[in-house]
Design a protein around this ligand. Structure first.
Ligand code: FES
Ligand code: FES
Length: 163
């Protein structure tokens, strides 16, 4: 096993880490940076609970080697709220619409929704369902999750940093 030194932007801040070359992005975020929002559900790309953004794209962090993000930007759920906003509109909408039950899937759901709304700011309910199809909720709260994403799509962020 070889140690690799990685430099990247993590939630807007430049960071470096030295990690074994086989460590995944998810392991690095959770263990090295102690950002435990992204979760390991399946560990093989089926559940979406590990979703984070790399270069604004939603990725399964359990499938990506940490070394891949060298020189790139990574955003996790911990970095979503803007400096002036208490919560991102998506986070507010999830709370207001009861879209959080046990919460295990929630960070991944929110990061996938973030990528979806960046690409399509006003998605239809069907587009939301399709866009979030890679994220599983074991509490089966899908209807409220779709409602929350739809509500967030109609909401702006007053500081202009999020959404
Ligand atoms: S833990 Fe990564 S997709 Fe399930
Ligand atoms: S809220 Fe429990 S897994 Fe989705």
């Amino acid at each position: 096993m070889i140690a690799v030194k990685i430099s990247f932007l993590l939630n807007g801040d430049p960071v470096t880490a030295e990690v074994p070359d086989q460590v995944t992005l998810l392991e690095m975020l959770r263990e090295h940076f102690e950002l435990r929002g992204a979760k390991e559900g399946c560990g093989y790309g089926e559940c979406g609970s590990c979703t984070v953004l790399v270069e604004q794209e939603a990725v399964n962090a359990c499938l990506m080697l940490a070394a891949f993000v060298n020189g790139k930007s990574v955003q996790t759920v911990e970095g979503l709220a803007g400096k002036q906003c208490r919560l991102d509109p998506l986070q507010e909408a999830f709370v207001e619409h009861g879209a959080v039950q046990c919460g295990f899937c929630t960070p991944g759901m929110i990061m996938s929704a973030k990528a979806l709304l960046a690409e399509n700011p006003r998605p239809s309910r069907d587009q939301i369902r399709r866009g979030m199809a890679g994220n599983l909720c074991r509490c089966t709260g899908y209807a409220k999750i779709v409602e929350a994403v739809a509500a967030a799509s109609k909401r702006g962020c007053s500081c202009g940093e999020s959404s």
